[in-house]
Structure formats: structure tokens, C-alpha cells
Design a protein around this ligand. Structure first.
Ligand SMILES: [Zn+2]
Length: 276
């Protein structure tokens, strides 16, 4: 048994009949207007295929979340990260949001998840057998594809050994909560504490553009609201709170961005599903 997850320990080798192609480029990027870049990892299972957001400021830049950390992030995007001061903020500390945050000098997170960032637990490998079967069942019932052997379906380079991967823990450099500001010089982002998906989940709100960076509180796909550290009543309160903000666009932790009408539609559908 695996003491971390309580399930049978991971296989020591991969099945011989499963073929993993080598990815041409591990990351994908989409440059939006207004200095915003969306980055994601297309070869990661949709459950853990997160968006991370790079925002250019006049004095320094902001990175919201950082993916799985399977491939070094900074050196993959020299035009974004070379010689710039970057404040890396974790919306929360699940594996798909903090994988590469150790590469950055400034690492901000909510105090409720500081220890989880430094000593990650839960899902910390690429091996699906390490995920408790009950959780896998919940994810599939929520609408995610079934789980195969690994959380990736390609390797970043020839000779890669996915069994060597472990989510790397690192101490945060600053703890941030409600009303704290990320100041990039010409633009500022307000931290909003929106627990529910996890105790220390935060959103970043840029009032000047009406853009909300929502992490996993809300995205346009199956929301994950049942599992360790999740609370439905608190989740519902955080969703209701979003409807009080003049949001024009949501740049979420997963899936494509969306506007106000879709935001309200998603919130109302979940509150109805939960009888709230
Ligand atoms: Zn999450």
C-alpha cells in the first residue's frame, strides 16, 4: 500500500504495449491582447490540464499558476521570462497549478495552503494508480475522460521516465489574502479569497479591465467540488460573490475564457444542482 494515498503502490515500470509519442513542444501558448498570455500543457489529462497566465507589467510581470512542472517553464519561454522580475502567484496548490513555481524567486500563496506548497500531498505523481479509485470515479462521473496508465499521453523528450516525476515542494516567499494587491506598476490585481475548491483558493481581480483570473473556483468545464479540502457551502458562497463584481472576462484555471453571461449561467447551474 502507498502511505500517501492508501492505494496499491505505483507500477515500477510502464506497460510494454502502451506507446507514448514524443511531443514536439510541451507547452502551448496563446498571446491575447493587453499583454496577457495563456499557457497550457496539451499532453496532460484534461483533469490536470491547467491554464497559467503571464501578464506583462511596466515594472514587473505576473504569473498566475505554473502547470505540472514536467518541463522547465522559464527556459521554454525566454521572451516572457528572461531578465524580468516575475511574481508567481498560486491560485491554489493542486498539482496542476504549482508544478513550476519553484523556478521563481517570488512565490505567493494564501496562508491556508502554505504548508501544502512546501510539502505537497495528495496527487503528486503522473501515475493514475496513485489516485484513490473513489476520486477517479468522481472525476469520470463529473465528465472527465477515463484514466489510463499515466496523466500524460506523450513524453516531453525521448528517454523520459514519467515514474521519476514528483511534484516539487517549495516554501512560499509571501502569504497573501483578501485585499492584498499585486502591483505591476501600470496595472494592479486584487487578491480575493474564494475558498471551496480548496481552503486557500484565491482569484485575482483586475478592476481596470474587468478581468477575473479565477483558478479552479470556476471554469467552463466540469467543476471539481467533491474531494479532500472541498466544501460545498463555502464553494457556493464564493460563486455567489462573483456575481457582485463587474466582470467582463474570466480567465480560468482550465478551458477557454468566457464572459459575464456564461459566468452567470455556470454559477446558476451549479447552485441549482446543489439545491442552493
Ligand atoms: Zn484545483
Amino acid at each position: 500500500m502507498n502511505s500517501r494515498t492508501g492505494v496499491d503502490s505505483a507500477p515500477q515500470q510502464l506497460s510494454a504495449n502502451r506507446n507514448y509519442p514524443v511531443a514536439g513542444a510541451w507547452y502551448r501558448r496563446l498571446d491575447l491582447d493587453n499583454g496577457v498570455t495563456r499557457i497550457w500543457e496539451p499532453y496532460v489529462h484534461p483533469l490536470e490540464q491547467a491554464n497559467f497566465w503571464h501578464i506583462r507589467g511596466s515594472e514587473r510581470d505576473l504569473l498566475i499558476d505554473s502547470g505540472m512542472g514536467i518541463v522547465p517553464l522559464r527556459e521554454s519561454f525566454p521572451d516572457l521570462f528572461d531578465k524580468r522580475e516575475v511574481i508567481a502567484v498560486a491560485t491554489h496548490t493542486h498539482i496542476d497549478h504549482i508544478g513550476a513555481i519553484h523556478e521563481f524567486d517570488h512565490r505567493w500563496v494564501h496562508p491556508a495552503e502554505a504548508s501544502q506548497m512546501e510539502h505537497p500531498s495528495g496527487i503528486v505523481t503522473l501515475v493514475c494508480a496513485d489516485i484513490p479509485p473513489m476520486l477517479c470515479q468522481l472525476f469520470v462521473e463529473a465528465g472527465y475522460p477515463p484514466f489510463d496508465e499515466l496523466l500524460i499521453d506523450a513524453f516531453p523528450h525521448a528517454g523520459y521516465n514519467p515514474l521519476d516525476y514528483r511534484l516539487r515542494g517549495v516554501a512560499p516567499t509571501r502569504l497573501v489574502t483578501e485585499d492584498d494587491i499585486v502591483d505591476l506598476g501600470d496595472r494592479r490585481f486584487e487578491i480575493i479569497h474564494t475558498p471551496g475548491h480548496s481552503p486557500g483558493s484565491i482569484c485575482l481581480w483586475e478592476e481596470a479591465t474587468g478581468a477575473l483570473y479565477s483558478g479552479d473556483l470556476i471554469y467552463d468545464g466540469p467543476l471539481v467540488y467533491e474531494g479532500p479540502g472541498m466544501d460545498l457551502d463555502i464553494y457556493a458562497d464564493s460563486l455567489r460573490r462573483l456575481k457582485t463584481l463587474p466582470i467582463q472576462v474570466v480567465h480560468a484555471g482550465h478551458d477557454p475564457s468566457f464572459g459575464w453571461a456564461r459566468l452567470v449561467e455556470i454559477i446558476d447551474s451549479y447552485l441549482k444542482r446543489w439545491n442552493m
